[in-house]
Design a protein around this ligand. Sequence first.
Ligand code: SF4
Length: 297
Amino acid sequence: MFGIEDIYFADLPKRYPIPYFSYSQLSTFLTCPHSFELTYMSGKFQSRGNKYTAMGSVLHEIFEKQGKQLIAEGEPFTIGKAYQKFNKDFMKVKDEHLEYFTDKDDFIKMYKKGIQALDNFYGVYSETAPLYVEKKFLGRIADDLPDAKSYIDRIDGDPNDASTWIITDYKSGGSAKSKEYLRTDFQLGLYATQVFALTGKYPQAVQFYHPVIDKYQTAIHQGDGVYKFQGQRKPVVEFSVADTIIQIRKAVAGICEAVESGNWKLVPDSWGCKMCFHFEDGGCKPFNKQQQGWASI
Ligand code: SF4
């Protein structure tokens, strides 16, 4: 006999609407279920992007190229080449998406942030060959969940011993993540979980690196899948792989429930909607329809 909880969480791999789940899918749903519906279910809306995602893509591509050249021991992708590529690619963003920038000053401000990010990144990683860049993980992290898919930006460490690995996710924003974010977000927990599922070992550290401000937020493995952030005043944020799996299971079950009930809740929020692709595309008008634009929020 199954209880309510069992029914709710049963058959998740079969009920989940997409062949695999990803961090982006789940965090989109947790931020606003309606955004998940528009992005992943309707098929009508492509992610339009904005100046932040555009700069993030340009920088990620450069970091990947630089890392791959070091791994291959080929001709180094020097900072001079990185500047050239950034100039070309970020100018292309401006040419193709002038609407991303409010005015010329806004563009110049973002451009300077990008150059600062390159300087900081090369200050740390110019000669350090990573073990992997853009490493794809696809597979089960728990028997009762669909496959999980991730691309991890960078892994450093011994190829034969995952317990030495340092997992890094680059964040191209201009500020570090708050404690509240670190407490509730599960991206780093998911990466640690995936490495454990694949290798049977927990990576020694998982971290965000913010190249614009040259800051790391690093959580070190304490044993048994528990991670603790470094350099924080008390109370220090901790998370565990076990808790991450519980968080993920709830989010996956929530998506399955929404698919089955057709109830995709809207969660209007001034900052969240400003960053949401569907607001400006007109796919979602959560505020007063008479008022359009940022004045309405
Ligand atoms: S605009 Fe706001 S309410 Fe609408 S889908 Fe995006 S986040 Fe949700």
